[in-house]
Ligand binder design. Structure first.
Ligand code: CP
Length: 306
């Protein structure tokens, strides 16, 4: 059953996730053609409402909407009346009067896309809210994994880094768990939540985690803006304990282990430079797949005010 909004992965069951991933494949196939556009959302309008910086997600949604032939408006938060104290409700009421069909929201406050969804007939897609959720990242990661492992049940993915503050870790773990993937966490004790999601295990050292024989290592961005809080001694120490160093990369290569990362990457922290040319890196696949998955999401959602 199509939904009005996509706010988190919790709301989706396995069959809905699989449906969205199945629908993404023909959209990706379109990218190989000279004309990369379909008229599926011709006449529909998509509003990009980003209160936080974004490179990948913003451009990916914009390309996805345009490839579906929708009209895209970028709401410039910095130059809007929000800077003069306009409330989210006022902003949405203004946008509502414009009869927008889809609103793509990124916000620093967890739950804000849900609040906006309740205020508008448009379909709202959460493009990342606080430390809560980033559902299209979870879906694109699941799609990328499934391209390499069509049977997802029992596959092993190790997620490394700042899991506590990561909306990507939450959404990707949930999406993978719903597809039967085994998930484990590795990171500094201060950055792994004490309560783990159902079925997720935790390792405290890189060697212990590698003994579990993961097939994919998913590196999270070290959130430099949090380093002031001293969650770990230093970036050099982080790289030594949890980073993919050149020595570790050689071992990963010998074992054919894939690397994923949601971007943006911090070279010399969560990974060494050589990862960018690594034979089994899926980082560029993630970027390309993000467009196809977001096309499938926009096509699937049904705006209530349409
Ligand atoms: N992966 C991701 O959310 O990146 P951006 O912050 O650049 O959108």
């Amino acid at each position: 059953m199509p939904r009005k909004d996509l706010l988190d992965i919790e709301a989706l069951d396995r069959s809905e996730i699989e449906h969205l991933l199945d629908q993404s494949a023909p959209f990706k196939e379109l990218f190989t053609r000279s004309v990369k556009k379909v008229p599926a959302l011709k006449g529909k309008s998509v509003l990009m409402l980003f209160y936080e910086p974004s490179t990948r997600t913003h451009s990916s949604f914009e390309v996805a909407a345009k490839r579906l032939s929708a009209d895209v408006t970028n709401f410039d938060v910095g130059h809007s009346s929000i800077a003069k104290g306009e409330s989210v409700r006022e902003t949405i009421e203004t946008l509502q009067a414009m009869r927008t069909d889809y609103v793509i929201v990124r916000h620093m406050a967890s739950g804000m896309p849900g609040t906006i969804a309740r205020l508008t007939r448009a379909s709202v897609v959460n493009a990342g809210d606080g430390a809560h959720a980033h559902p299209t990242q979870g879906l694109l990661d699941a799609f990328t994994l499934r391209e390499k492992f069509p049977q997802t049940d029992g596959r092993r993915v190790l997620i490394v880094g700042d899991i506590l503050h990561s909306r990507v870790a939450r959404s990707t773990s949930l999406a993978l768990r719903k597809l039967g993937v085994e998930v484990a966490y590795l990171g500094p004790g201060s950055l792994v939540p004490a309560r783990l999601p159902d079925g997720v295990r935790r390792f405290t050292s890189y060697d212990e985690a590698m003994g579990w024989r993961p097939e994919v290592i998913y590196l999270l961005r070290v959130q430099m803006e949090r380093q002031e809080a001293q969650y770990f001694p230093s970036l050099r120490e982080y790289h030594r304990l949890y980073g993919v160093t050149e020595e570790r990369l050689r071992i990963l290569h010998d074992q054919g282990i894939y690397i994923m990362h949601p971007g943006p990457v911090n070279r010399g922290v969560e990974l060494c430079d050589a990862v960018m040319d690594y034979e089994f890196s899926l980082i560029n696949d993630q970027v390309e797949n993000g467009i196809a998955v977001r096309m499938a999401v926009l096509y699937w959602l049904k705006p209530g005010g349409a």
